[in-house]
Write a protein that binds this ligand. Structure first.
Ligand code: ADP
Length: 396
């Protein structure tokens, strides 16, 4: 069975065609600059054959038609006909409180998602537009919606409510939702297999956007992102946690409106804001090694926040069996992992700092044998997570 996974942005469609027998991607592609000049689609197959299509793509509909054209390309395609695709799984940002798991993309469910668009005004409309286009272009193919939020829907009110008047939750659904759910689900499931039996897992998903989750026996009990992805860790360009009164003060000094402040905290802050030159962990690592103090500070602040969350989630879980690092930084940055794990013996971690510096591909143990708390790199695979959810829904 082959499942097409779609991750749509406002001007792009990222996709993978996954063979569920091997759970490997047969083809990966990206259609870019949709609705602008120079639209282009580039696809690579697992055996390294390439398809490039440079054609006008005024909307997601044309782009979807080219996705199918690339997948069915006579010379370098991977399928012969559209019906070779058993189903399409669409990534969707927000479920609000309407859904607690993945769903079939029925007209009724899509209408509910549209109603919730204001919870993700930048991401939801293009994702829904792409879903509509895809349904038009692939009329006979079953489609699913897999949310970034639903893995966290098992959180209890103590974890998901803010300390603000309760009617804000009742009237406007103001609460913490959490994001990166497909990654947290995938990685915590892999971690639970390593632990075996009952498990208390902390997943550190560290990329351009970063979040941590605490997962007990497969259920998320807390996560660091909140009403939006701005809450929690310090990230590439996001501030993470900040005193709201400081936001008011900064706005008055910079003469910014509230929406401008939110943009500022999302796009100009975090590692970029502290270093003053880059949001990219690789650039900062290189600069810090050459003696750039602000780059070093950005890295240390990032790691310090992660450490604080790990400690607080160990408290929330009442102990921890395994700490997993994933995402571009989690999988590759020995410096950040090392700083986070420094001084964690108190919680039962015996971390192998030498092994941490040697990157071996795939799932890698970084704790020493006999460490009470295990530490692993577990590479994430959000597309496979979406494909698995889709396959499961088809069976149901
Ligand atoms: P996204 O959240 O956009 O999916 P990724 O998970 O790809 O992001 O992570 C991107 C981050 O990973 C960047 O900050 C990048 O610098 C960092 N990264 C990737 N490779 C390395 C590496 N070898 N060393 C340190 N950081 C890395």
């Amino acid at each position: 069975m082959k499942i097409l996974v779609i991750n749509a942005g406002s001007s792009s469609i990222k996709y993978q065609l996954i063979d569920m027998k091997t759970e490997k991607a047969i083809a990966k592609g990206l259609a870019e600059r949709i609705g602008g000049d120079g639209s282009v689609l580039k696809q690579k197959t697992a055996d390294d054959r390439a398809v490039t299509i440079e054609q006008p793509m005024p909307t997601h509909k044309e782009a979807m038609q080219f996705v199918l054209q690339a997948l069915m390309d006579k010379e370098n395609g991977v399928i012969k006909k559209v019906s070779d695709i058993a189903a399409v799984g669409h990534r969707m940002l927000h479920s609000a409180e309407d859904f607690h798991g993945s769903i079939m993309a029925t007209a009724e469910n899509i209408a509910t998602c549209r109603k919730n668009s204001d919870l993700g005004p930048l991401h939801m409309p293009p994702m829904l537009d792409c879903l509509d286009s895809c349904r038009e272009v692939m009329k006979d193919t079953p489609m699913t919606i897999v949310f970034d939020t639903t893995f966290h829907s098992t959180m209890e009110p103590v974890a998901y409510l803010y300390g603000v008047p309760y009617e804000l939750y009742e009237k406007y659904k103001v609460r913490r939702y959490g994001f990166h759910g497909t990654s947290h689900k995938f990685v915590s499931e892999e971690a639970a297999k390593i632990v075996g039996g009952k498990s208390k897992i902390i997943v550190c998903h560290l990329g351009n956007g970063s979040s941590i989750s605490a997962v007990k026996n497969g259920k998320c009990v807390d996560t660091s992102m909140g009403f939006t992805p701005l809450e929690g860790l310090m990230m590439g360009t996001r501030s993470g946690d900040i005193d709201p009164a400081a936001v008011d003060y900064i706005a008055s000094k910079l003469n910014y409106t509230l929406p401008q402040m939110v943009q500022y905290l999302n796009k100009k802050s975090g590692m970029l804001g502290i270093s003053g030159f880059s949001a990219d962990c690789r650039d900062l690592t290189e600069a810090a090694e050459k003696g750039n103090e602000r780059a070093r500070l950005a890295i240390e602040m990032t790691a310090y926040r992660i450490k604080k969350y790990v400690g607080s989630y160990a408290a929330a879980l009442g102990g921890v069996d395994l700490i997993a690092f994933t995402g571009g930084i989690g999988e590759n940055s020995a410096i950040i992992r090392g700083l986070v794990m420094e001084g964690t013996e108190y919680m039962g971690v015996d971390f192998d700092f030498a092994k941490n510096k040697v990157r071996t591909p795939g799932v890698t143990e970084l704790s020493k044998p006999g460490s009470r708390v295990k530490v692993y790199i577990i590479p994430t695979n959000e597309e496979l997570s979406i494909a698995r959810e889709t396959a499961q829904l088809l069976k149901a």
